[in-house]
Design a protein around this ligand. Structure first.
Ligand SMILES: C[S@@+](CC[C@H](N)C(=O)[O-])C[C@H]1O[C@@H](n2cnc3c(N)ncnc32)[C@H](O)[C@@H]1O
Length: 500
């Protein structure tokens, strides 16, 4: 069956009529009548374009990845760098049954929000997706994205979606750089992976990266080059240096360098640390992370402090946080304050509430909430982050918080069984959204309010529908632009129990 379908698709793509006929005869011969009907039905559907066709199109939409969408007889083609309203010539580079991909060849009519990207490697690098759009245009596109998924996936009516809260200066905002190390013409290169590949595009200046991180990464690359430390070769699983990661405390100026290596020991290790400290005497922390796996995951399980402290400090509002190398910490410090203030506003605490913070990371939202709540319970899967969270509570003299390591979908049902019920429940899950078990526990526990902080509008919409069906009402959604010039979009939703 699989053989027949694969051959049929190939024949269809190559427009090979003879092969199609032969396949049909073969199917008849085998008396596979059901399959025969399928093949006949499929053969009626001929795609309107073929690979390598040049076609004139108008872009009618923008995907969540920031690609322009053109439609040819209803067949969608996704084209990087195309903007809604623009007319262009494209080359079809890939076709599949449901959609195709194209390359922008010539623009006939430009969108009013098109601008020249300021980064010279924008079109090769996969880091940003929207630099060819004005910042106002980006904010509008993100608003449209949130509104669209709330209707299509969430089936939500009567929810107020506010305009996206953007940055007054949307450049050089990132507090964390993590770049792969490779080799080119005998020298080390650091940069970003080319779109859809693992080829490194050398990068000396990144406009979304904090300038301190850029400078540190380049300086470390130069030292590694002088010491002839071999870069890691992914295809051969050989070499030493895999990634350089740098984290900068925006409000404290503390800095952490993480050198990710394939193995723990290499001959130049001591000299490397000595030279880094000579060049950057105020560096707060140098960490070695060892990752010996054949994987795309950057950090491995072993970490060693090579110099200074195991953590760096930063502040959000009045609260100080200690952050270790493996802990999640929001990358845009200015917008994090905007996001957390909104979460706090939606929680609307009066000091008597018990609050649960699911997916709490280093306790950043928990401590923010604890300023206004009676008691806050936080749960997080990464043990190091919970260590940080406990230290952070002590550092800020907060005694009304408790943290537990584990999966939110396992720990919170256990708390519920033990009689811990929350008045307000905050969730801030990764992109895949909340686990179904957690959502069902929320519905059973019935906190009066749920505040959902999300970095993926589609999974937010899916989960809001589940909560709505379980007796909740989403009243407001505030998108916050945490990642200018990229297609990523963050949002906070205020959800209330209907029979409250
Ligand atoms: C988007 S981050 C939010 C962290 C924190 N709220 C903040 O603002 O810094 C999501 C966090 O969820 C954690 N996580 C992922 N899956 C989890 C699970 N099943 N249960 C608990 N935590 C999880 C991740 O380690 C990460 O720290």
């Amino acid at each position: 069956m699989l053989y027949l379908l694969t051959n049929y698709r190939l024949a269809l793509l190559k427009n090979n009529e003879n092969k199609l006929k032969n396949l049909c005869y073969f199917v008849k011969f085998c008396k596979g009548l059901v399959l025969e009907r399928k093949v006949r039905d499929l053969s009626k559907r001929v795609l309107p374009v073929e690979k390598n066709d040049f076609v004139d199109v108008e872009f009618v939409d923008l995907t969540h990845e920031g690609h322009g969408v053109a439609k040819i007889d209803g067949y969608p083609i996704f084209v990087p760098n195309g903007l809604p309203g623009e007319k262009a010539k494209i080359k079809v580079i890939k076709v599949s049954k449901g959609f195709g991909f194209g390359k922008l060849i010539e623009l006939y009519e430009e969108s009013s929000v098109r601008v020249d990207p300021i980064c010279s490697i924008y079109h090769q690098c996969g880091g940003c997706q929207l630099q060819h759009m004005s910042y106002e245009g980006q904010l509008q596109a993100k608003f449209n994205q949130v509104s669209e998924v709330m209707k299509r996936i969430g089936k939500l009516e009567n929810v107020t979606i506010h305009p996206v809260l953007g940055m007054s200066d949307p450049w050089n905002y990132r507090n964390k750089a993590q770049v792969p190390v490779g080799e080119r013409e005998g020298g080390l290169v650091v940069g970003f992976y080319q779109k859809s590949s693992h080829d490194i595009i050398p990068m000396e200046e990144c406009f979304i990266q904090g300038k301190e991180n850029d400078a540190l990464v380049q300086g470390i690359k130069d030292i590694c080059q002088e010491l002839r430390i071999q870069p890691y070769d992914e295809s051969e699983h050989k070499g030493i240096l895999r990634h350089i990661m740098s984290r900068y405390g925006h409000y404290t100026s503390e800095s952490m360098l993480v050198i990710v290596t394939k193995k723990a020991n290499f001959p130049q290790k001591e000299e490397l640390v000595k030279r880094i400290v000579e060049k950057y005497p105020t560096i707060t922390s140098i960490i070695q992370n060892v990752n010996n796996e054949k994987t795309n995951v950057i950090l491995g399980n072993q970490t060693f402090v090579l110099h200074g402290s195991e953590t760096i400090k930063d502040k959000i509002g009045d609260i100080t946080f200690e952050i270790s190398s493996r802990s999640f910490y929001q990358v845009n410090p200015v917008q994090t304050k905007v996001l957390y203030d909104k979460a706090l506003e939606y929680a609307n605490l009066n000091g008597n509430e018990t609050v649960i913070d699911a997916y709490c990371g280093i306790g950043s939202i928990s401590l923010f909430l604890a300023q206004k709540a009676k008691m806050v319970y936080g749960v997080e899967i990464v043990p190091e982050a919970i260590e940080d969270a406990k230290r952070n509570a002590a550092l800020n003299n907060m005694t009304n918080v408790e943290f537990e390591v584990g999966k939110a979908e396992e720990v919170i049902p256990n708390w519920y069984k033990q009689g811990i019920k929350s008045d307000v429940l905050v969730v801030d899950p990764p992109r895949k959204g909340c686990d179904e078990m957690l959502l069902q526990t929320i519905i059973a526990m019935k906190p009066k309010k749920v505040v959902y902080v999300s970095c993926n509008p589609s999974t937010l919409a899916r989960d809001l529908r589940i909560l709505e069906d379980g007796g909740y009402k989403t009243t407001e959604i505030q998108p916050v632009d945490m990642f200018p010039h990229t297609s990523h979009c963050e949002a906070v939703a205020k959800i209330e129990l209907k029979d409250n």
